[in-house]
Write a protein that binds this ligand. Structure first.
Ligand SMILES: *Cc1c(COP(=O)(O)O)cnc(C)c1O
Length: 234
């Protein structure tokens, strides 16, 4: 079991390095995030013991449940699923970054609590694919939302996140990732207050990390490529 996980991690890092080189970028520019959704905590622990440093959870509830099982292992924890306003306190306590800021009202609520407690890193989530099932603000709203978030005390805007288009058409998937890169560059060029650190691009999953890295991803979020199929009973 551990051997399989170790091999999968090495293989994933090879894919990342190869894609990064092919894109003419340096390997250290892309971080591997473990997407923990529907995976047993024992596997997340093993991956952290094998050197992974970054964990993504889709639900605050899962963060709360898994925190005691992971807190002896150094890692960073990002929220990569929706944040409900009644979970803001728990998210602030446990997450090092909330990647899923998709509207102004949530951003303001989070900022208010963060100002009372401690600042937190956030990303603006953009629905680059236009699929109705996907979360995120519309691409045309993204620069305004980023400016609003950047100006809020308590929030540190570190970048942008998207779930790419679900399609066998590689060109179309790449276009959805390039859309996020373009938004990031527009925001960095804007010079708006609090946006100069918004360099990160969290995009790409097990099936399409190469396309995301080609488009400029700095974090790829990998579930099945590391852990195998998800267990819906988890
Ligand atoms: C499930 C999930 C992933 C990982 O997907 P895989 O295809 O298993 O790599 C990445 N990001 C988000 C937001 C997810 O929900």
């Amino acid at each position: 079991m551990t051997g399989d996980l170790a091999k999968a991690l090495i293989r994933a890092r090879e894919r990342i390095d190869q894609a990064t080189r092919a894109a003419g970028r340096s390997g250290s520019q892309v971080q591997l995030m473990l997407a923990a959704k529907m995976q047993p905590m024992s596997k997340i622990r093993q991956a952290l013991e094998l050197g992974a440093m970054l964990v993504g959870q889709n639900r605050v509830q899962e963060m709360v449940q898994s925190a005691p099982e992971l807190n002896d292992l150094p890692h960073q924890l990002h929220l990569i699923g929706p944040l409900q306003s009644n979970k803001i306190n728990a998210a602030l306590r446990l997450a090092t970054c909330i990647e899923t800021i998709a509207d102004a009202s949530l951003a303001k609520k989070l900022a208010q609590r963060a100002a009372e407690r401690h600042p937190i890193d956030v990303m603006v989530q953009v629905n680059t694919s236009g699929e109705v099932t996907k979360a995120g603000c519309r691409p045309v709203e993204a620069t305004d939302l980023a400016a609003l978030v950047g100006a809020l005390p308590g929030l540190r805007l570190t970048g942008f996140m998207t779930v790419g288009l679900n399609s066998p058409d590689a060109g179309a998937v790449l276009a959805s990732y390039l859309a996020l890169t373009q938004i990031r560059d527009q925001v960095l060029d804007s010079g708006e207050e609090g946006t100069d650190q918004a360099t990160q691009l969290s995009m790409g999953m097990s099936g399409d990390l190469e396309l995301a890295i080609k488009a400029g991803a700095t974090i790829v979020r990998l579930g099945t490529a590391i852990f195998g199929p998800r267990n819906p009973m988890q």
